[in-house]
Write a protein that binds this ligand. Sequence first.
Ligand SMILES: Nc1ncnc2c1ncn2[C@@H]1O[C@H](COP(=O)(O)OP(=O)(O)OP(=O)(O)O)[C@@H](O)[C@H]1O
Ligand SMILES: [Mg+2]
Length: 379
Amino acid sequence: MTVAPTSAAFRELRLRQFRNFAELDLRLPPAGVAIIGDNGAGKTNLLEALYYLEIFRSFRGAPDERLVRFGEDGFFARAAVDGASGASEVAVGFERRGRRKRVSVNGAPPERLGDALGSVGAVVFSPSDVALVAGSPAERRRFLDIVLSLNRPGYLPALQRYRHALRNRNALLRTGASPALLLAWESGLLESGGRVMAMRAEWALLAGAGFSRRYEAISQGQSARLAYAPSVPQAGELVDAAQAAELLRGALARVAVRERDRGVTLVGPHRDDLALLVHRAGEDRDLRDYGSGGQQRTAAIALRMVEAETIRQARGREPVVLLDDVFAELDPGRSRRILELLEEEEPGQAILTAPKQSDLEVRRGSLPHWRIEDGKVLA
Ligand SMILES: Nc1ncnc2c1ncn2[C@@H]1O[C@H](COP(=O)(O)OP(=O)(O)OP(=O)(O)O)[C@@H](O)[C@H]1O
Ligand SMILES: [Mg+2]
């Protein structure tokens, strides 16, 4: 009798001409592995490849061309997985010429790329996550869009419809089109925009408590909170798509004159933000403006943990956690508490990297340690 696995996992990985890996074939232990290697050895590249199989793009925001090993025509990546949505194999090939990307799940191309997103169920923790907190609202919208696209059915199609309607509406505004013409695009924009806002609002309400709890646990008592900050007033309190669409209609009407002058759509989900606030001296203050480096990093980690929880709840499986040298630059107390929290809450497969053995000794002591050197993994 076989017991259904309750954790998502990468079982095998094959890479060809991906970044600095000419040929890599790995078998990944079910509990995970700690990978140690010098700066530039390929640690982040390896995690980038694994997560590429989750979202089919680089978590570092690199264009596909850049992932092709220097001087080669394309790359290939494939993993045998215990996927959170029944996937057992995910593969992708990219050719520089014509920029062709071919994705397959369980040996067959998905009908739409969107259907293949999130086949594994994984979260990356990376030092660059600090940009989630310190960066522009676009960073946080991107975070929301990825989390919701992977975990809320209907979100990605609504977002795509919204973007399409927005592009057309902006093109009309630029050419000074009449209000009657603008109206032609409005119903699609309102319907899709309302859905996007409602799903963002619902997620933020659900995720808020988990974010605060983790932030407090890591920072020992300091408090922080997360809230949806929609560009449409009051859309944060709602979880109903039709009401959100109505609010968007009203907000658009209020800015109609300004929009005609500026030639661009001024309110809507494309202007949203996610507020991350610390409570200091009796007031909520934006972590983006007032957070220290360590506080911003802590908030970013708490946000990733909330993402992991979203995956767990949506798919009923423990996600894989990919930890890229995340303890760099944190004080020892915080590092230890993050580790304890991760050990407690993320019992699934953990693949972590660090430049030094000593960085990993306290962490997941039981995991096998591998070395990585110049694109070769010595298991
Ligand atoms: N397309 C590519 N083809 C070949 N090599 C590449 C490509 N892109 C990046 N590299 C190389 O990969 C290496 C960087 O790898 P990576 O970012 O994974 O390092 P790392 O082990 O995470 O280092 P650090 O500890 O500094 O974060 C660099 O040596 C870089 O030149
Ligand atoms: Mg790195």
